[in-house]
Design a protein around this ligand. Structure first.
Ligand code: GLY
Length: 345
């Protein structure tokens, strides 16, 4: 097992390894000091696979558990489901001495984290990410949110968990397409920060060393969060491929997944902003069976980019590679964005 310590407004450990769910009760006793009541929140994909064993393991360590399951999918990351969850916590008399446990992928983590951040003005929560994307990205760093009809993640809070447990065995029950989706974020970390990681991914493709690679991505994200917890500077680099990618997701009515859209977004930004890495990036994305092109026009992508959260006034901060392992934040005037995207198509 590897342990990565996050130093933020609340400091906590991220545990990464195989077979960790069978030791969950012990890990939580180490963090909380004594048993309490734990509300397990999960979705209809993950709940049937893991809820019983998680609850049994916590009960054996004298934690009392209650569980709540909501329908899987981005549509549940809504104000309505959020209210259902906080109502459930209130009905179950969850107090500040208790805790919430997010068991699932990115939607479960973001939604449960936001419920934990706001219920009783904040109670303790633990992340158990079961998707690759949640392990390397959304469970780390305390971003919690729900969507509004006007856009994704428009209401949320920075609120750090007390512990993150990444049991790599959970990846064995993940559909392959969802695993590949998470790989787009893994490739993103390598382009942003780590040429050796990029080499490893290029050489090994989907057969990469899961413990080493996931731990490295978590360390890289931990470093960014320690430097810029509240997303005012360095953390914005994690948006590589996302400004264009969010446009692709939205314009496709979310039939193109987040990871696929980020892969295409990275390819477009590399072709337009750093052509010397373009061929190598394409090679890696193709090894992971991720798409690299879109039939959408520069105008369609530009229109979507206008609602990017990282936009400020007339400028949007594009993340542009300088070389493999190093990228820059490039403030780009809105008028120049369409021609930049055009160059990358
Ligand atoms: N998912 C990007 C971030 O945590 O900043």
């Amino acid at each position: 097992m590897k342990t990565v310590r996050v130093q933020a407004s609340t400091s906590y450990d991220i545990l990464i390894g195989n077979g960790l769910l069978s030791r969950l009760g012990k890990f939580l006793l180490d963090v909380f000091g004594k048993p309490c009541k734990i509300a397990i929140i999960s979705d209809s994909n993950v709940f049937p696979i893991y809820e019983k064993s998680v609850a049994d393991n916590l009960n054996q360590a004298d934690f009392e558990t209650v569980s709540y399951c909501f329908p899987a999918g981005e549509a549940s990351k809504s104000a309505a489901t959020y209210l259902e969850i906080v109502n459930f916590l209130a009905q179950q008399h969850i107090t500040r001495a208790d805790a919430v446990l997010a068991l699932g992928g990115g939607v479960v983590g973001d939604l449960t984290g936001f419920a934990a951040a706001t219920y009783l003005r904040g109670i303790r929560y633990v992340q158990i990410p079961t998707s690759l994307l949640a392990m390397v990205d959304s469970s780390v760093g305390g971003k919690t949110a729900i969507d509004l009809p006007f856009g994704k993640n428009l209401v949320g809070a920075f609120y750090q968990p007390r512990l993150v447990v990444c049991d790599l065995d959970a990846l064995n029950t993940l559909p392959e397409a969802i695993f590949r989706d998470g790989c787009a974020e893994v490739i993103k970390y390598s382009v942003l920060y780590d040429a050796a990681l990029f080499d490893h991914l290029q050489k090994n493709g989907l057969g990469f060393d899961r413990l080493a690679v996931i731990s490295r991505c978590v360390e890289l994200k931990r470093n960014v969060v320690a430097e810029d917890e509240f997303d005012n500077g360095a953390r914005q680099k994690l948006n590589l491929g996302h400004t264009v990618g969010h446009g692709i997701e939205a314009q496709s009515n979310f039939t193109i997944s987040h990871g696929q859209a980020v892969a295409i977004g990275m390819a477009i930004v590399a072709k337009a902003g750093c052509p010397e890495i373009y061929e190598r990036l394409l090679d890696v994305l193709k090894k992971f069976q991720l798409p690299t092109t879109t039939t959408l026009s520069a105008k369609q992508l530009y229109d979507s980019a206008l609602s990017d959260k990282k936009r400020s006034g007339n400028t949007v901060n594009l993340i542009v590679p300088k070389k493999i392992g190093d990228c820059a934040i490039v403030p780009t005037e809105i008028e120049k964005l369409e021609s930049f995207i055009e160059e990358g198509l």
